[in-house]
Ligand binder design. Structure first.
Ligand SMILES: C[S@@+](CC[C@H](N)C(=O)[O-])C[C@H]1O[C@@H](n2cnc3c(N)ncnc32)[C@H](O)[C@@H]1O
Length: 254
């Protein structure tokens, strides 16, 4: 996969409002995309980000996913933050999706330092958020970072944690770890039991590798998911069996 070509292709085809014939997607782009964090939430996000951006503490990383393309086993928090956190426009997309769809329950696979969890919390403070992190030292860091917020953290591998879930259905699931195409499809399969027809699946790094991109293409063209929204780095899938199959390439608004 040529990422430069992919980006040009995305920019050429991405739509904002014009040409979106699905009322469901049109309404999200019209009413959900312009949403902004409140001044207080923005301040908390920036304080959280700058604290981690400057943190020189070293963390011994236990890697349960696809190995980092850039980092060694011992990493400074500031390096972890800058290479793996959803900050800026992608964090804001998490905020906008949670703010618009108002999910009662959210599951995040891959907490890291907790940046994505915080954007989702501000999107809908009423959501019950559960987030899973496999690395014990990263988990401890996130637990401290997220202690002021009502977010449940689990220290386990994704597969084991999902196998230990009590029966429940999540309204929004954010998969952001173990960026391996086959693993992504495996987690989507395991999560079928814990999702419903309108669960919003957000997949991160759909163009991280050829295998991740292939899995994204296979999932969006499968019979299971009738709606896909491609935001270049993140992709959204919803089953919505009530509608005809539609795939959209959409522009992100800051
Ligand atoms: C990209 S980071 C998550 C970023 C975070 N979601 C955000 O939005 O800021 C991925 C995290 O997933 C964890 N991880 C990867 N594979 C895992 C697995 N199989 N089980 C548990 N944790 C895993 C890694 O330790 C890493 O901290």
């Amino acid at each position: 996969m040529n990422i430069f070509f992919e980006y040009i292709n995305y920019r050429w085809n991405a739509k904002r409002l014009h040409g979106i014939h699905s009322p469901f997607v049109f309404n999200f782009m019209k009413d959900g995309m312009p949403a902004r964090l409140t001044k207080e939430s923005e301040k908390e996000i920036l304080t959280f980000a700058f604290k981690n951006k400057r943190d020189l503490k070293v963390v011994n990383v236990e890697d349960h996913g696809a190995k980092s393309k850039k980092l060694k086993k011992s990493r400074k928090v500031k390096q972890i933050f800058s290479t793996s956190s959803s900050f800026g426009k992608n964090g804001k997309l998490l905020f906008k999706l949670c703010n618009y769809f108002k999910p009662k329950s959210i599951l995040e696979l891959g907490t890291s330092v907790g940046m994505g969890s915080l954007y989702m919390h501000f999107g809908n403070p009423e959501s019950k958020i559960t987030t899973i992190e496999g690395c014990p030292e990263t988990y401890a860091l996130a637990k401290e970072n997220l202690s002021p917020y009502p977010i449940e953290l689990i220290n386990n591998t994704f597969e084991q944690a999902i196998k230990e879930f009590k029966p429940q259905k999540f309204d929004l699931i954010f998969i952001d770890g173990h960026h391996d195409g086959e693993a992504l499809r495996k987690y989507m399969g395991l999560l079928d039991l814990y999702s419903h027809d309108n669960t919003v699946f957000i997949l991160d790094d759909i163009r991280w590798s050829g295998a991740m991109h292939d899995s994204w293409k296979r999932l969006k063209s499968s019979r299971t998911y009738h709606l896909s929204m491609d935001f270049f780095r993140m992709g959204v899938l919803i089953k919505r069996p009530q509608q005809v199959k539609e795939n959209f390439i959409l522009k992100l608004k800051r």
